[in-house]
Design a protein around this ligand. Structure first.
Ligand SMILES: [Cu+2]
Length: 311
């Protein structure tokens, strides 16, 4: 099943299932109480002239107060139990990720004790279904908040601090996430995707990401595009592993063609959108940390072909 939209009420993981349950319990209880209060109010208005005896009034008010205390206590217990079970999703052997919020994109690092197995991608997190994931969350500039409603609750990403989030996707699918803490001009364009897939699909993806970038065939149009990329200032900000581009302040482009969207979920990853982004990112995402690049009409098509070959 693929859930392609964000919803807290379409849980696809243990934690979101708990939260959805609390949501339903609270809404149903509140609705029933509201209906009961309205019925009692209507009855009271109808019998306005006949005041009940003090005795009876005392008993009714006492019973209603007692009932309210009981209901509030039951709701408190429900939410405490949910909170505990959400917090207890720990695993001695989780898949470990480091996610960093930047204005206005997410850096995603897959750590491994072997440096050759470590890699970095942007705005797209792949996880195996059923495996517990530990995300160490931080921010490089201002406070952001990491939120994938179909999977878990919000957690702030704070500069100079590491907040740890646990999640587990129980159903395969693509789940959209969103920065949930206002972080400046392009806060609304700071989305991400969590792709939950089978263990073997995940392993195939991971192998692909670990590999260095595709080397174009000498004399090909992609080779020409690679030269253009390296002669423009792109590498000051971006890395492409396997080339001399080693910038650390922008999304790693080693496997840019494998991602479903660019600019933190702002545009689909297609040739036309890539071209528009590279020549004038400011008109698409005003204020973004990528300046409009002066790419000649001659260099642009090969540059796009090169980026599109970086699977
Ligand atoms: Cu943000």
């Amino acid at each position: 099943m693929t859930v392609d939209f964000q919803s807290v009420l379409q849980p696809a993981g243990v934690q979101s299932a708990e939260m959805a349950r609390v949501w339903w319990v609270l809404s149903v209880t509140a609705t029933v109480i509201l209906a009961a209060v309205l019925v009692a109010l209507a009855a009271a208005l109808k019998r306005r002239s006949q005041m009940p005896s003090d005795q009876r009034l005392l008993r009714v008010v006492g019973a209603a107060t007692g009932l309210s205390v009981l209901i509030l206590f039951a709701l408190l217990t429900t939410s405490l139990v949910a909170g505990r079970s959400i917090a207890s999703l720990r695993d001695p052997n989780p898949l470990k990720l480091e996610v960093t919020g930047n204005q206005w994109w997410w850096e995603v690092r897959y750590d491994d004790s072997a440096p050759s197995e470590t890699f970095s991608t942007a705005n797209e997190i792949h996880v195996p279904v059923g495996r517990t994931v530990q995300i160490d969350l931080q921010a490089s500039d201002v406070i952001h908040s990491f939120w994938v409603p179909n999977l878990h609750g919000k957690l702030d990403a704070i500069p100079g601090r590491i907040n740890t989030l646990w999640l587990r996707a129980d159903e395969p699918g693509a789940y959209r996430g969103q920065c949930a803490e206002f972080c400046g001009l392009q806060h609304a364009h700071m989305a991400l995707w969590v792709i939950a897939e089978t263990a073997s699909e995940f392993e195939r993806w991971r192998r692909g990401q670990i590999a260095p970038s595709v080397q174009p065939v000498p004399g090909s149009v992609e080779e020409k595009g690679k030269q253009a990329f390296l002669s423009l200032p792109c590498g000051m900000c971006h890395s492409i592993r396997g080339t001399v581009a080693f910038g650390q302040v922008a999304p790693d482009l080693t496997h840019i063609a494998s991602r479903r969207s660019i600019a933190a979920g702002t545009l689909p990853n297609s040739r036309g959108h890539l071209g528009g982004w590279i020549t004038d990112a400011q008109s698409i995402k005003p204020g973004t940390r990528m300046p409009a690049m002066n790419v000649s009409a001659e260099d642009l098509p090969p540059l796009l072909s090169y980026l599109e070959s970086l699977k």
